[in-house]
Design a protein around this ligand. Structure first.
Ligand code: NAD
Ligand code: GLY
Length: 371
């Protein structure tokens, strides 16, 4: 696995749209100069949520101004409900009020919600302007800020409106993770575990036996894990930017995970928590259908438990979860099956699984203890 001492920049290779990901403590103070280096000109619109803006908004705006940019700002309420048309209009309004023209750019300072919202605003405002991802949650650093998926929700479902729009650069300031709640931090760690299962088992070695508290204090170790996660995602996106096939490997644990989020109600279970349960489910399916070793599933469970992530079956009706998984499948033209693990670090996509096996594996998982 990457050593924490290696250079803190990795690259998403996409021809003319290639961009760097900086993973560094205090890199936010270089936001303005790195935007200049990336060739960004014109005015900037800084988009954030109230919580993140309270911590880092002034520093980010100052870093942009120090590099000579005129900066307008807009903040939205924290949480998934801000991935809405209402908040999208608020971002467009701020862009117009701030005099942003086609040479301007947007900076997304926050977690995945702000990244998806601001990224989609950038994809559509004046038919598309540049944008920068400055992720401040672990989940955004290892997943949502990389790869160019942007979007907002509709009342009918999550991410139903969106666009692929790659950022001009990504700046992950690991110092910002100090103010992230432990629960949100652990939620982001679930995606790091995912990279261990789908591509690099050494990540699981690194995570086994550690605690979230120890990781949150180990800046260099954490930067190494974020960097390795970004490298894996960048490599997948390089090969399949628009999810024609391979990119689906990133959805390991997500088929059931999304259904748990939907049926349980967004916010009841954080994204990473739902994915943790979904990964255990996918690993159990993999034992039956791909000869994935049972002791590897047990190891996955140990790692997730050690990171304070749930691994048991939540008290949700199976029929509702099945219906949610069917809707997800329909959305993808019925072509997407499960992502299953073949051996540590190797997964297969589009695996069909019968309803009977799905239900049997679900029923075989121990029920989560009631609070
Ligand atoms: P989030 O953006 O809601 O952030 C979680 C919470 O942490 C928020 O309350 C936020 O205010 C707070 N926060 C963020 N950074 C903080 C910091 N440094 N200090 C203190 N508080 C901080 O949620 P998230 O988990 O970052 O992202 C989830 C979203 O990402 C979902 O909407 C999901 O659909 C999306 N997502 C997108 C992709 C993609 O490829 N585009 C991938 C995965 C997830
Ligand atoms: N988070 C999955 C993807 O970016 O494709």
């Amino acid at each position: 696995m990457s050593s924490p001492d290696m250079p803190s920049v990795c690259t998403v290779e996409l021809g003319q749209r290639t961009y760097p990901i900086y993973i560094e403590r205090e890199v936010l103070s270089r936001l303005g100069s790195l935007c200049r280096e990336a060739g960004l000109a014109g005015r900037a619109l800084l988009v954030s949520d109230h919580t993140v803006a309270g911590h880092y908004g002034a520093a980010a705006a100052a870093a942009l101004q120090a590099a000579g940019y005129a900066v307008a700002t807009v903040t939205v309420p924290p949480g998934e409900t801000s991935k809405s048309h209402e908040q999208l209009l608020a971002v467009y309004d701020a862009a117009l009020a701030g005099g942003l023209d086609r040479a301007a750019f947007i900076v997304a300072l926050g977690g995945g919600v702000v990244g998806d919202l601001a990224g989609y605003a950038a994809a559509t405002y004046l038919r598309g302007v540049a944008y920068v991802q400055a992720p401040t949650s672990l989940l955004a650093m290892v997943d949502s800020s990389v790869g160019g998926k942007t979007g907002v929700n509709l009342p009918q479902g999550k991410n139903l409106i969106g666009s692929f729009h790659q950022p001009a650069l990504v700046l992950a300031d690991t110092a910002t993770l100090q103010t992230l709640s432990t629960r949100e931090f652990c939620s982001g760690l679930a995606e790091v575990v995912k990279y261990g299962v789908i591509a690099d088992p050494e990540i699981l070695d690194r995570l086994e036996g550690t605690t979230p508290e120890a990781l949150q204090q180990d800046d260099r170790g954490l930067a190494g894990l974020i960097r390795r996660s970004c490298e894996i995602k960048a490599d997948v996106v390089r090969q399949d930017e628009r999810e024609g096939g391979l990119r689906a490997v990133l959805n390991f644990g997500h088929t059931l995970g999304h259904a748990i989020e939907q049926v349980g109600g967004y916010g009841a279970c954080l994204h990473g928590e739902a994915i943790a349960i979904g990964m255990v489910f996918a690993a159990r399916l993999s034992e039956r259908l791909k000869d994935f070793p049972a002791d590897e599933t047990e190891r996955l469970i140990r790692v997730l438990r050690g990171l304070q992530l749930p691994v048991d079956r939540p008290d949700l009706p199976w029929s509702a979860l099945m219906a949610a998984m069917q809707r997800d499948k329909k959305k993808k033209a019925g072509t997407v099956g499960f992502v299953l693990a073949e051996k540590p670090g190797t997964v297969a996509i589009g695996c069909p699984v019968s309803d009977d096996v799905l239900e049997a594996v679900w029923n075989g998982m121990p029920p989560a203890p009631t609070a």
